[in-house]
Structure formats: structure tokens, C-alpha cells
Design a protein around this ligand. Sequence first.
Ligand code: GLV
Ligand code: MN
Ligand code: MN
Length: 420
Amino acid sequence: MTGLGGARAVARCDALGVSPYSDMADGLYRAYLTPAYTAAQEKIAGWMEAAGMAAYRDAAANLVGRYEGSDPGAPALVIGSHLDSVRDGGRYDGPLGIMLGIECVAALHAQGRRMPFAIEIYAFGDEEGSRFPAAMLTSRAVAGTLEVSALDMADAEGVTLEQALSSVCGGGIAEYLTAAREPGSIEAYLEAHIEQGPVLEADGLAVGTVTGIAAQLRYAVTVKGMAGHAGTTAMRLRRDPLAGAAAMVLAVEQIARGDNSDVVATVGVIEAMPGAPNVIPGAVHFTIDVRSGKEERRDCVAEAILARLSEIAEARDLEISVERVHDLPASPCDADLMDLMDEALIGAGQPVRRLVSGAGHDAMNMAVLCPTAMLFIRCKGGVSHNPAEHVEPEDVEIALQVMLGFIERLGTRAGDRNAA
Ligand code: GLV
Ligand code: MN
Ligand code: MN
């Protein structure tokens, strides 16, 4: 069965890139628990059912499709990725991995085949963290690494996670953690994703085996000064937190750059309060995202950044508070599964290429629960988190064949183990 699945996976991502599956008019923004999110879930549930799966929404509002295996009690293979997007993002970062999972099952279903294990497709909810001030809550819930205290939060409009959740599933925060899967109930986790970087394109390759994912840290920073009249407050009397934050943003860039390592640090959100042309702001909120393949390097740079921010605040007579809202260690992919992926690449006539992921993925959380594998797919210019994101259907078809080869090999491995 080769040919159409890759193109259909791309076409489905395109179909989900517009209203009513987007929360913005001219582009794609699909945030966790919004009307666009639930509309997309309904559409995808139909595709799951057409591929022979039973679909349901779990307590964290993930959409899950299950295709039974020949042994219903055997640990399942989970194939997952995320349904949410960044604001004005691309169509493939996240959904493509879900669509490819559905295509894998559709191909097996069309042949009337069952693997020794069930296959479950997870469409995760908030990998990007673009609505609430936390990210990957839903895969953390599934991995069982979340605490209920981490769920007390609201979006920029003041809607709490509890309110948003109950409007979608009727359930609340108290049930959220019941989305957790039992350790031992999952054979492996597989995630296919666009590379979001230029390596595969530069090497002329359609796909590659991921070796691991860089460690992430995110902070929410508030700087407070003194709000005042823009026309009457002399410059020397000001305590302007936005001017202070500007110096801080430059410090973040300088310190990360000066480390001359793989550390990257980004200020992606900044907001001045109250936000008027004739008012010196009274407070500024901004985020900092710091990553590296090595936790120690990431932490060392993050500490240097926070120390410098305090110095800037002190020199300008500003108050600063910093909250760590996200902290994920580096997550290596499983060595045996990487070998299976390499074999599947060879089986699909592709050269073997291994590469690391600077972007975060739900696989980071699933790694706590089970061995994980990831497959990267070439994307044009390495561009992502941008509406210009583009992937070729031919490359996605190759990814599908590699995933099917991987599933086949995983099935043989499980069969051999059961026979032994
Ligand atoms: C998700 O795209 C992330 O890496 O932040
Ligand atoms: Mn992303
Ligand atoms: Mn993604």
C-alpha cells in the first residue's frame, strides 16, 4: 500500500489550517480548549473511526483513537503528536504526526491486519503552551508526571484552566490526572514531526532518526516600576519597567550568544501594562525560554541571565519577580528503537541519518513512561512556527513507509519476545 497516505496526511493538515479549525481569521492559531480545538477534534475523530479506530477524549481533553491488537492485554504502541499551534503558526508542526499515525492504522486496517499490540493515536492538547502559562500539560498528565497544584492557572483573558476544561469535557481539574497511563501499559511511543530545522534539507534527505530532545526551561518575568504621565514626568524621575525590560532582553541575547555553545535563549512574549502611548508603564511581563542539549549548560546560562536581570533591576530601582513555569530535562530517544528506526529507513530505501531535536516534543514527557522514538521529516528552509512552514507530500509518504516499517519490526520484536 504505497502512494496516497502521505498526500492525504498533508491535505488533512491543510484542511485543519483554516476556520473553523483556527481561532484566527487570516492564518492558523489553534489553542488548547478553544472552539477551533474542539472542532478539529471532532473532524479527526471521524478520520480515526474511518481508519478502524474507536475514538474518545481523555480527562486532559486529549483525543485518543485505539486500534485493537491481536492480544488486547498487550502493552500498546502509542503514536502521538500535538493538535495545538503557536499563534499565526504553520499547518504541520504537530498535526502532521497525528495524521501520519492515522495513516499507519488506515494502511493496516485496509489490509485487515492486527499487530500483536493495540495502536493508540494520541492528539495531544497543549504542547506549545500558547494559551496557558505552561506547556505540555496534556502529555505530562498522560505520563503521570503532573501535580494537581500545577493546574491552577488562567489564560490572558482570565479564563482558568478549570473553566476552559469543563466547557469542553464537563470534567474538571480533579479528574485531570486520571488521564495518566499505567507504567508498563505502553510498549513504545512513536512521534513523527517536521524537523523545524535545516539539517535534512541541507543533506538532501527526506527523513531522519531523532537521537534526543534538548532540555527546556521557561520563565515568566514581571518587572514593576512606577506608572506615570508620559508628558509630565521628567526623565530623571522615572522608574520605567519597559526601558528596564529592554535592557534585560538584550542581556538575555548577549549572555546566550556569549556562551558559544548550543544554548539558545529567547524572549518571545512581552507586554507593557497598562499599555497606552501616553503612559509610562507600571509593569512589564515577559517570558524567557532557554534550551540546550545539556541540562548543566542550560542551567548555567539561565543562572547567569537571572543574576544579570537582578542587577539591571537594582540599577534602575525596579522590582523584579521570576517564576519558573516549565522545566524539562533533555530526553534521549531509546537506543534500541533508534536501531529499529534506522532499519526501517534502510527498508524504505532511505540513507540512515541521525539528528538531534532543538524543538520540544511530547515525546519528552512520554519518555518517563516508556521507550520513545522520533522520526523527523524535511521541511522547506527549516522554517517553522511561521505560516510559511512547508512539507512535500512525497517526503511525508516516505515517512509513512518508514513508520509502517518501524511498526512491522516492533511487531516482530514483540512476537519474538512472547514466543521466548
Ligand atoms: C515547541 O515547538 C517548542 O519547541 O517550544
Ligand atoms: Mn511547535
Ligand atoms: Mn511541534
